[in-house]
Design a protein around this ligand. Structure first.
Ligand code: DGL
Length: 270
């Protein structure tokens, strides 16, 4: 089979989706990526489904014109809206919700699962629907966490204030007895340490990125052996943002660590 060397496109409302890019970059050693962060219109999580859908369609159109072979919606909020209203696209589209739901069900012994996400993701109950589509009897608790994205964007991942807010958000679910927590926003893996501290060792944290990377690899007939020497030099990452602010670069570097981050290039979608 000949290798299709067109890049894989990803988009997010901002730079949180870099946690997904990081997983794809290290799991799919032969792939190149174009990442679009819609930093000019961030956040998506507090906007209406109609507005988020419009932004998603523009992002997808932009990436398709750039010649990508598939698109990863590296944003739970955007994935939620696209799942609720499916469209026909020129290339395969991957969302982060379904792999996360499958992974959580695999991890949860008690089938008591907590979901953390933006207001839009939680209001649409996308994880509840995806989990119940596989296992009707699972109990799913939800918690919107609107304060967490700004804390990550401000670089306060490891800060007592952040941990206090995480505690406030998690307490009701922990009291209810969840054994698995879905980090249902692509910014949240950056807060993994804080979640671990608050949730303790008996709660499994799930983020979709790794499961999604394996699904894409399998679909593309790709070797996933992490020891496989990456075809360095022959592949790359383009980082595009809709706002020129270089302040995102520092956060991008933290989220992608230890992988190097190229310059952010500002683009116009329309
Ligand atoms: N990264 C987005 C997500 O995964 C949330 C950020 C936003 O609200 O724009 O839902």
């Amino acid at each position: 089979m000949s290798f299709d060397d067109r890049p894989i496109g990803l988009f997010d409302s901002g730079i949180g989706g870099l946690t997904v890019l990081k997983a794809l970059w290290s799991t799919l050693p032969n792939e190149s990526f174009i990442y679009l962060g819609d930093t000019a219109r961030l956040p998506y999580g507090s906007k209406s489904p109609q507005t988020i859908e419009r932004y998603c369609l523009q992002n997808i159109d932009f990436l398709v014109k750039r010649g990508v072979k598939a698109i990863v919606v590296a944003c739970n909020t955007a994935s939620t809206v696209l799942l609720d209203k499916p469209h026909e696209f020129a290339v395969p589209i991957y969302n982060v919700i379904e792999p996360g739901a499958r992974e959580a069900l695999k991890a949860s012994a008690k089938k008591q699962i907590g979901v953390l996400g933006t207001k839009a993701t939680i209001a649409a109950r996308s994880y509840v629907k995806a989990i119940h589509a596989i296992e009707r009897g699972a109990t799913v608790y939800q918690q919107p966490c609107p304060l967490l994205v700004p804390l990550v964007e401000e670089g306060l991942e490891d800060d007592p204030i952040t941990n206090l807010i995480i505690y406030r958000y998690l307490q009701p679910m922990l009291q209810a007895g969840v054994d698995t927590l879905i980090l249902g926003c692509t910014h949240y893996p950056a807060l993994r340490l804080g979640f671990e501290k608050v949730a303790g060792p008996n709660v499994t944290l799930v983020d979709s990125a790794q499961a999604l990377a394996h699904q894409i690899g399998a679909d593309m007939g790709q070797e996933l052996n992490p020891k496989l020497k990456p075809s360095a030099g022959r592949r790359g990452i383009e980082l595009l943002t809709t706002d020129a602010a270089q302040s995102f670069l520092e956060v991008a570097q933290r989220l992608m660590h230890p992988h190097p981050v190229p310059e952010l290039v500002a683009v116009d979608l329309i």
